[in-house]
Design a protein. Structure first.
Length: 285
């Protein structure tokens, strides 16, 4: 029953993500004439090139799905079969909806379109990522490097998208490219805010109950800790300190668990940019 509920939630979130992506592309992005970066932006750029220079209207699905064949291969080989299959579902459904959903004239303000379109896109991608799927394209690439290198790669993807948008600016005007950069920036920030799987936080915990606190960390996160013996400079008493690195999405849960064990525990947390060595990662499937 738990498995059925989990898969049902996964399918629901992927469907919502695909619907938001399709609506966003067919309505806001096209209304603003944006090129949102990544494979979606590349697809829209190819569509625009064919429309403007060759007077040929190509369906979004005809371009976007073939472009994702290599990322899908990467996903099947390195990220897991179920993860990739759900991502393929999002890719196909989102592409079809982009082609068939009617364009609605919500607003003509390109800045508003850039900001809120980016927020919607980031939310849609985060919905998929939160249940072990992706929207395709550069999401696969970013997740691959995050899994293999242990780094938060979304900002690197953003920089790569800027290069793509410069090409669009040369062909169709830099005003559209600059607005598209705003769109992509908003998308990236929303993903980093909502999806924290590949972000890490370091904990320094001074506690009178180090064994119980370590067990709490181990049970809640499957991560290890290092136990230091120290001396308090003010009172001169012996102190126990635990050092551990955990996923950013686990911080609130761990701190709550520690405070239940030792209400007087002193906890210092800060973001870890990159780590090397063994670090437990929850499997995608």
């Amino acid at each position: 029953m738990d498995v059925a509920k989990k898969e049902g939630k996964r399918l629901l979130f992927c469907t919502l993500g695909a619907v938001l992506m399709g609506f966003n592309l067919s309505t806001l992005v096209r209304a603003g004439g944006l090129f949102p970066g990544g494979f979606a932006g590349g697809t829209l750029l190819i569509q625009e090139i064919f429309r403007v220079f060759l007077s040929i209207e190509l369906p979004y699905t005809l371009i976007y799905i073939p472009l994702n064949l290599i990322p899908i291969y990467v996903g099947l080989k390195y990220l897991g079969r179920r993860f990739t299959l759900y991502s393929m579902y999002v890719i196909v459904l989102g592409s079809i909806l982009t082609d068939i959903l009617p364009s609605l004239n919500i607003t003509g303000d390109v800045l508003l379109i850039s900001v809120f379109g980016g927020i919607i896109n980031g939310t849609a991608i985060s919905l998929c990522l939160s249940v072990g799927a992706s929207g395709g394209g550069t999401d696969f690439i970013s997740i691959f490097f995050s899994e293999k290198k242990g780094v938060d790669a979304w900002n690197y993807i953003f920089m790569a998208n800027v290069c793509i948008l410069v090409t669009a600016g040369i062909l169709f005007g830099f005003d559209r490219a600059f607005y598209s950069i705003i769109y992509q920036f908003c998308t990236t920030q929303v993903i980093q805010m909502l999806f924290k799987r590949y972000q890490k936080h370091t904990l320094f915990i001074i506690t009178s109950k180090p064994e119980e606190v370590y067990e709490c960390i181990r049970i809640l996160t499957h991560h290890d800790a290092t136990w230091f013996k120290g001396k308090g400079c003010y009172m001169g008493g012996e102190k126990d300190m635990l050092y551990s690195v955990i996923g950013s999405e686990e911080v609130a849960r761990v701190i709550k668990g520690i405070k239940e064990i030792d209400p007087k525990a002193f906890i210092n947390t800060f973001k870890s940019e990159q780590i090397e060595g063994r670090f437990y990662k929850r499997p995608n499937d």
